[in-house]
Design a protein around this ligand. Structure first.
Ligand code: G6P
Length: 608
């Protein structure tokens, strides 16, 4: 939820911190701050608001190195400048930035206060700065030792970076439950909570594991544990380019990412289709054919959009592999002492690979001996490293809080998994060929839909006038409707509800009126009659209808039809979801919303 950046080296840290924080702002954006260790002492600047506000506040003389910075999404305490990070000790020697939650903060605060410490914020993080200072007072020889001593008293989750003006050649960082990685440069070193912050500076990164600390100096790094055992680590190379993370000529990241989908779908497919055996190759699954054949059930876990993509994934697996499959919110699953079965394949879905509820579900599964694979976008992320195998999306950085390209790429990844599981069971070669042809057709068909943006924007303007919008769909159209409603509420704040079409008459039909439009997913499949009778029910109550369909629907069924090209029935949902993304985007624009950074939300939710 919050972002950390740090720099040590010959350059001035501030511009590097500001740029890195800007790239991390999607993780949290209600306050920001930086601290620089200079010969004249510690310099700290904090603001409530955005990174741009912080940059505007920095005086020209805010120079020096090392430096640490933070962008925050408030958990403990209001988003005020006092509560923004970095937090310092009373002497103004130590500065700390922190992601996560220190669970025994109240206890630590009371103990420190009894020793005469005066707190300047309401945060849990401030305790760490005082604990490090106290460690020096009680004789810690260097910063590493002081941080280790401090952290031994801390219970909870953290990714943190500590700067000490008395040790201006270094930053000490630690990870326990919240990601921290090091960036290796030429005679300079970086630290960040997320690779996005380092794009443009280095591609050589070192991921820390839980329980690990590191010291970075201009000349390199050393990793070690709380009890000071060295852990040798070598850097890995990241392959994301700067362009992927830049907004370019686009008004928002959201529309840029929606428009990227023909290419991101292509990337999800690249090298994975085997036209000789009409199947899919997924190198990272780490499942032998025999193991894959022994799977009796598939259980998919994710949060928000990832969970809805999982619902489509479950249907694809049932359709193509005839293996029973379900998707569930990881946040629910982890708390209900789930029954874990040895012949179930568990699939964790996460764009960021950092969502705490999904990670906790994975850990609970693994503790009980479950086999878990991941469908993840961010290479090297915590979930990607935790699972037993998986499929990377290769969708490039997704910067907008609302997920779009990661949703369609996840569904495509599930189609590949379903094809693979199907072809080692009873899916015939000709059926396999049909799905491969459908997958190959997707990018051009997505482009066709994107060309209708202007028409969809018109519909969105009308939708934006409503207080509430109903989304309905049946079978594969149901997760599409859920995701459509989710997108609309996330970015436009227009209330939206999603219901399976057949459930409408069991309650929500009472809401239908001329003031409440319905967006209906109506593919031209074997359920078309059922779907059109739902539309008649809505029209009979004078509810306006916007239909997503494969051909123009008559006026007595729909006031507007958005016509989407037809693919194979199993894959149509990828295409049907694209107009709903555009609808949400243009409704948000029409209402003047902060499209990429919706209120109260963060891109990756790494705290409970
Ligand atoms: C947050 C975001 C959602 C996202 C969900 C899961 O709630 O606001 O857009 O779908 O997390 O994120 P993940 O990175 O695990 O896919």
């Amino acid at each position: 939820m919050c972002g950390i950046v740090g720099y040590v080296g010959p350059q001035d840290a501030a511009p590097i911190l500001i740029e890195g924080l800007g790239r991390l702002e999607y993780r949290g954006y209600d306050s920001a701050g930086v601290a620089i260790g200079s010969k004249a002492g510690l310099k700290v600047r904090k603001v409530s608001g955005r990174v741009a506000d912080l940059a505007a506040e920095l005086p020209a003389r805010f120079k020096g190195s090392p430096g640490i910075g933070h962008t925050r999404w408030a958990t403990h305490g209001e988003p005020t400048p006092e509560n923004a990070h970095p937090h310092t000790d009373m002497a103004g020697r130590i500065a700390v930035v922190h992601n996560g939650i220190i669970e025994n903060a109240d206890e630590l605060r009371a103990k420190l206060a009894a020793d005469g410490v005066e707190f300047t914020s309401q945060t849990d993080t401030e305790t760490v700065a005082h604990l490090v200072a106290a460690a020096f007072q009680s004789g810690a020889a260097d910063l590493e030792q002081a941080v280790r001593q401090a952290l031994r008293q801390v219970v909870g989750a953290y990714g943190l970076a500590v700067l000490d003006v008395e040790h201006p050649d270094r930053i000490v960082v630690a990870r326990n439950g919240s990601p921290v990685l090091l960036g290796v440069g030429e005679k300079e070193m970086f630290v960040a909570s997320d690779v996005a912050a380092l794009i443009g500076y280095t591609r050589q990164v070192v991921y820390l594991d839980d329980g690990e600390l590191a010291t970075i100096t201009p000349n390199g790094y050393r990793t070690f544990t709380l009890d000071d055992r060295s852990t040798a680590k070598s850097p890995s190379t990241i392959d994301w380019d700067v362009v992927g993370a830049e907004i370019g000529d686009n008004a928002h990241f959201l529309i840029k990412e929606i428009n990227e989908q023909p290419r991101t779908i292509e990337r999800a497919l690249r090298g994975r289709l085997d036209e000789r055996f009409d199947t899919a190759h997924l190198g990272g699954l780490n499942l032998t054919v025999r193991e894959a054949r022994e799977i009796r059930r598939v259980k998919i876990l994710g949060c928000g959009t990832a969970c809805y993509a999982g619902e489509l994934g479950a249907q694809l697996i049932e359709d193509l592999a005839r293996v029973p499959a379900t998707s569930e919110a990881a946040s629910e699953f982890r708390y209900r002492n789930p029954v874990v079965e040895p012949d179930t394949l568990y699939v964790a879905v996460s764009q960021s690979g950092e969502t705490i509820d999904t990670l906790a579900a994975v850990q609970e599964l693994q503790r009980k001996g479950g086999r878990v694979i991941g469908i993840v976008n961010v290479v090297g992320s915590t979930i990607a490293r935790q699972v037993d195998g998986g499929i990377y999306l290769h969708a490039g950085p997704e910067m907008s809080v609302a997920a779009t390209k990661s949703f369609t790429s996840t569904v495509v990844a599930f189609a590949l998994l379903a094809l693979h599981l199907g072809r080692i069971r009873d899916l015939s070669p000709s059926e396999g060929r049909r799905i491969i042809a459908g997958l190959n057709a997707l990018p051009a068909q997505v482009t066709e839909i994107l060309e209708q943006e202007a028409t969809i924007a018109e519909v969105a303007k009308e939708i934006a006038q409503s207080n509430s919008v109903m989304f309905v769909g049946r079978r594969r159209g149901w997760p599409v409707a859920r995701e459509g409603a989710q997108k609309l509420k996330e970015v436009s704040y227009v209330h939206a509800e999603a219901y399976p079409s057949a459930e409408l008459k069991h309650g929500p039909l009472a809401l239908i009126s001329p003031e409440m439009p319905t967006v209906a997913v109506v593919p031209d499949d074997d359920l078309l009659d059922k779907n059109t009778s739902t539309l008649s029910e809505i029209k009979a109550r004078k509810g306006p209808v916007v239909a997503l369909a494969h051909r123009e629907l008559p006026a007595e069924l729909a006031d507007r039809t958005i016509v989407v090209p037809r693919n194979e029935p199993e894959l149509d949902s990828v295409l049907l979801s694209i107009p709903l993304q555009l609808l949400a985007y243009h409704a948000a624009v029409a209402l003047g919303r902060d499209v990429d950074k919706p209120r109260n939300l963060a891109k990756s939710v790494t705290v409970e």
